[in-house]
Design a protein around this ligand. Sequence first.
Ligand code: ZN
Length: 424
Amino acid sequence: MILGPLFRGHRFERSEGLKSWPEIYLPPITDVDFPILTLKDTNLGMIPVSSNKKLRMYVCGITPYDATHLGHAATYLAFDLLNRYQRLSDKEVIFVENVTDVDDPLLERAKRDNQEWQELAHSQIELFRSDMTSLRILPPEYFVKVTDSMNLVEDFIGLLEKHGLLYSVEKDLYFSCKEFLRDLPLTMDEAVKVFAERGGDPQRGGKRHPLDPLVWSANVEGEPGWESRYGFGRPGWHIECTAIACKYLDTYRSDPVIDIQGGGSDLIFPHHFMSSQLVRAALGRDFSTHYIHTAMIGFEGEKMSKSKGNLVFVSKLIREGLDPMIIRWALLSGHYQQDRAWSLELLHKATAEVALIRAALAQNLVAPTRQLIEDIVKAVAENLNSPVALNRLVEWADKSRREPLVNESGVVSRAIDSLLGLAL
Ligand code: ZN
């Protein structure tokens, strides 16, 4: 069963919806071959990405109440490298990112701090935009708030309803997922446990299957809600992303609907799993060709997370006078799919290396550049291997100090600006 695009007859222009952040010019890199990008897909292993001219990429966005910690920054940086590489290889990338601007943790934080939830969300979205700008992350074509997407969610729920896949528990609506559980990435017991830890309610009485996700939650006194044909309430988490992704990216009736679904590895289950099952149920098509996940950033021996209370924020580091390019360098000096730690030592190393590169770029004569640029392109092409790219740069800067030969520092400056987003 192949159904057409979900939402017809209305083309969204870039200016519509939430304001993204400023576009960045990518200086072209000429005379260098760009091999097809290979990525490590969570389901498929190492695999070349589609050679299609257009790449449709959806990256799950923040819940705006603790933006932007270094774990967030590392994730968006990885997809930024991917985005840059594709564009420099003369491909078009349509990149969509959402903002989960109504959600339990956001409401709880607002309540705790005696603040209006909209005010908290607004201020955190502003902060996120400014952090993304400072870190030189290419903006999405569509940056979409969930609170602007209620009609999309309602339409998406309508498709599930048409296929008889909804039921209610009291006034809340659930998606009956049982027949879509074939590819569960965990054992059932583990899945139920993780589902409970990540916002699910496996134990709730009246559910047909413990893993059935909520798609529309009836309003609770004192919480925000929206009118819909499913009652006054708000959407469940997973369906928000599928409704937004299908709205902005499903324009080609293709199967799968998009090319890349991305996010942190904590989204593999249930969020990305449930999103893919929702799309399969609603449209009869696969959601995404690739699922690409980024590893976690640790701090002082533990995973950086809100529950541990050990978050390090980009805006705080910048306020303390740290150059955002040093933050970018420090995060890129580890591989995006390897859990790694943020530390003072890492920061000092990044500061010294950035100073070394800047000194080389300021020289009239430097070491030859062609092989360097080819090596950096090759490293990025092989699963975004930024640590190898940065090591090559450091070697080149060292060599430039010892054997300066050619007047080509500008070529390196432009290439690392384009490919790695490092404006040094
Ligand atoms: Zn999402």
